[in-house]
Design a binder for this molecule. Structure first.
Ligand code: ADP
Ligand code: ADP
Length: 240
């Protein structure tokens, strides 16, 4: 099974501020981990570290035994070159709070861009895959629309389809519903819920406690850069 993430003793400083403080965490292949915690507790920094958008100061992160940002030779770790980091990043999908679709590209073009640029698929293959993914998120009829013509919930569903286009081992969601009007939250959570059955490892930062209770295999609660609670929904969230 692919998508096992192992986080070992990760510490990250911004100046003197410790944004992550010796975080260790195991994520099983195909599992759903929800990260909860107050603003500023290090949730985004942890996601960014998993995708090597932040370098960590201590500790390391592995996906299926591969070190994020490093290569092992003998008993030493060497930093990967930028190109190898970009290749490694294709194994990890990232869905942001604010959708981050390319505004000058249609829905379809947003989805096919990465697999073509990374030479993972030919253009016809990428289009076929994109249309399948648009089916999955219920938006095939919007393939030729522009992002600005879609609702926030639709844009976020396209962003999820785009994250899936490289067939990643892991998808990271950073508050995927927090920029949405309340009535649009459900449609995005439904898509994430169905992904939970698909075998890809999911890590979701969210304030949607009901969603966490229902979907998470593991819930992690962070405060001040530390994991202060960890367990299944029943252990971490008290009943409503
Ligand atoms: P959360 O996602 O839980 O809201 P973050 O991971 O965004 O928390 O931030 C953790 C802490 O690190 C916060 O105190 C934040 O201000 C700080 N921080 C995050 N990114 C930077 C940065 N690029 N430079 C300086 N401080 C940062
Ligand atoms: P989030 O909580 O979703 O991470 P933030 O508003 O905390 O959103 O952060 C948005 C961006 O600003 C991130 O790229 C983060 O690294 C950066 N950032 C956050 N806090 C600081 C800070 N104190 N100084 C500099 N950059 C920061």
């Amino acid at each position: 099974a692919r998508g096992h993430i192992s986080i070992t003793g990760v510490t990250k400083y911004f100046g003197r501020h410790k944004a992550l403080d010796e975080v260790s965490l195991e994520l099983e292949p195909g599992s759903v981990t929800v990260i909860l915690g107050p603003s500023g507790s290090g949730k985004s920094t942890l996601l960014r570290a998993i995708n090597h958008l932040e370098r960590v100061d201590e500790g390391f992160i592995q996906i299926d035994g591969d070190y994020i940002g490093y290569q092992r030779r003998g008993d030493r770790l060497y930093e990967l070159k930028e190109k190898a980091i970009l290749r490694q990043r294709t194994e990890v999908g990232y869905v942001f709070q604010n959708f981050n679709l390319f505004p000058h590209l249609t829905v379809l073009e947003n989805i096919i861009e990465a697999p073509i640029v990374h030479k993972k698929l030919t253009r016809p293959q990428a289009i076929e895959r994109a249309l399948e993914l648009l089916d999955t998120v219920g938006l095939r009829h919007k393939a030729d629309a522009w992002p600005r013509q879609l609702s926030g919930g639709q844009q976020q569903r396209v962003a999820i389809a785009r994250a899936l286009a490289l067939n990643p081992r892991v998808i990271l969601f950073d508050e995927p519903t927090s920029a949405l009007d309340p009535e649009l939250v459900g449609e995005v959570l439904d898509v994430i819920r169905s992904l939970a059955q698909s075998g890809v490892t999911l890590v979701v930062v969210t304030h949607e406690i009901g969603f966490a209770r229902e979907v998470a295999d593991q819930i992690v609660f962070m405060v001040d850069g530390k994991i202060v609670e960890q367990g299944n929904a029943r252990q971490v969230i008290s009943a409503p």
